[in-house]
Design a protein. Structure first.
Length: 319
C-alpha cells in the first residue's frame, strides 16, 4: 500500500498562499477641462472701445465735415455725409483762396517745424549724452534745473520771449518761431535717460583708444545708437511746433510769415464776420484746411515708427 508524501510543516509555512486578483475600485468621472484661452474682460473691452471712440470721433467728424459746404455744416447731421458731398471742390477752393496763400502757410509751417524738430533733437541728444556719460562740477544741479524746466508751461514764457526778441530785433522773422522751439527740456531729459543704457562705455573707450575725438565719437557712433530716442524727440517737437499757435500769434505780424494755425485762425475770424467777399464758404475752407494740415503729421508718424520698433526690439534682447 503506497502512501503519498505529505509536505512538511516548515514547507507549508514558507509557501505563501496564492493571491487572488481583486477588482479595482471605480474612479469617479472627472469633468473635462476646457482648454485655457485668453480671458475676456467685458469692462476692460468697453473702456478700450470708449477710449478708441474718444480719439477717433473728432477725426471722423473732420473727415465728414470736409465734404460739406458751409450751409450743409449747419443743416445736416454732423457724423454723416450730406446729400451732395464736395470734398474735391473744398480742397481746390482751399488751395486757391486768396491767391493760394494756404500753400504759403503750409510751406512756412513745414520750414518752422522741420528746422525746429531737427535742431531740437540734435541739441537734446548732445545734452542728454553729456549728462549721461560725463561728470563735471554742478552736473546734478544743472540736470535738476532741466527737470524743473519741464514743469514750466510754454505759454508762460511766450511774453518774456517776445520782449527778449524785440530787444534783439528778431520779432516778425522766422527765427522768432524757430529759436524758442529748439529748447526742449523734456527731450533732453528723455535723451539723458536713454543714453545711459543705449551707449555702452566699452564702445566709447575703444573709440578713444583708436584716436577718435569727442565730436567724431558723437556724430559717428553716439547718434546711431540714439536713433530711436532721436526719432521720439524729433516727432514730439515736430507735432508741438506744427500745432503751435500762441507763439507765432504774438511774434508774427506779416501774413506771409503765418504758419497754418494762425492762417486758419484768420480765415475763421473772416467767416465769423461774414466773409471778405471772395467766398461765402469760408468756414468750409477752414475745416478742409484743418484736415489737410494733419496729413503731414500722419505721414511723419508712419515714417518714424520703424525707429521705435527697432529700439524696442534691441532693448528686449540682453547683450
Amino acid at each position: 500500500m503506497t502512501t503519498t508524501p505529505q509536505p512538511s510543516a516548515s514547507l507549508m509555512r514558507a509557501t505563501p498562499p496564492p493571491v487572488t486578483p481583486t477588482a479595482k475600485p471605480a474612479r469617479a468621472a472627472l469633468p473635462r477641462r476646457r482648454p485655457r484661452g485668453p480671458r475676456r474682460s467685458t469692462p476692460l473691452t468697453i473702456a478700450m472701445l470708449a477710449a478708441l471712440a474718444y480719439f477717433l470721433l473728432p477725426l471722423f467728424w473732420l473727415v465728414i465735415a470736409s465734404t460739406k459746404s458751409t450751409q450743409d455744416l449747419f443743416n445736416s447731421f454732423g457724423l454723416w455725409f450730406s446729400h451732395a458731398p464736395q470734398l474735391l471742390t473744398n480742397v481746390k477752393d482751399t488751395f486757391t483762396q486768396d491767391d493760394g496763400v494756404f500753400v504759403h502757410w503750409l510751406l512756412n509751417t513745414a520750414v518752422y517745424a522741420g528746422v525746429s524738430s531737427v535742431g531740437a533733437a540734435l541739441l537734446a541728444a548732445a545734452g542728454g549724452y553729456g549728462f549721461a556719460k560725463f561728470r563735471f562740477r554742478g552736473d546734478r544741479a544743472a540736470f535738476n534745473l532741466v527737470v524743473g524746466a519741464v514743469m514750466v508751461p510754454a505759454t508762460a514764457l511766450a511774453i518774456p520771449t517776445y520782449l527778449l526778441f524785440a530787444k534783439a530785433g528778431l520779432v516778425n522773422t522766422p527765427w522768432a518761431v524757430i529759436l524758442p522751439s529748439l529748447v526742449n527740456p523734456f527731450g533732453l531729459y528723455l535723451m539723458r535717460v536713454y543714453a545711459e543704457d543705449a551707449v555702452p562705455e566699452s564702445i566709447l573707450e575703444a573709440a578713444r583708444i583708436d584716436g577718435a575725438g569727442e565730436l567724431r565719437i558723437f556724430f559717428r557712433i553716439v547718434l546711431r545708437l540714439l536713433g530711436p530716442g532721436l526719432a521720439t524727440v524729433l516727432l514730439f517737437t515736430l507735432v508741438a511746433t506744427w500745432n503751435n499757435y500762441f507763439l507765432p500769434l504774438i511774434m508774427l505780424n506779416d501774413p506771409d510769415l503765418y504758419p497754418i494755425t494762425v492762417g486758419l485762425s484768420s480765415w475763421a475770424a473772416q467767416a465769423q464776420n461774414g466773409g471778405s467777399g471772395a467766398s461765402s464758404d469760408m468756414l468750409a475752407l477752414v475745416v478742409t484746411g484743418s484736415l489737410i494740415s494733419i496729413v503731414p503729421l500722419v505721414v511723419a508718424f508712419l515714417m518714424l515708427q520703424r525707429y521705435w520698433q527697432s529700439g524696442l526690439a534691441s532693448g528686449g534682447v540682453k547683450q
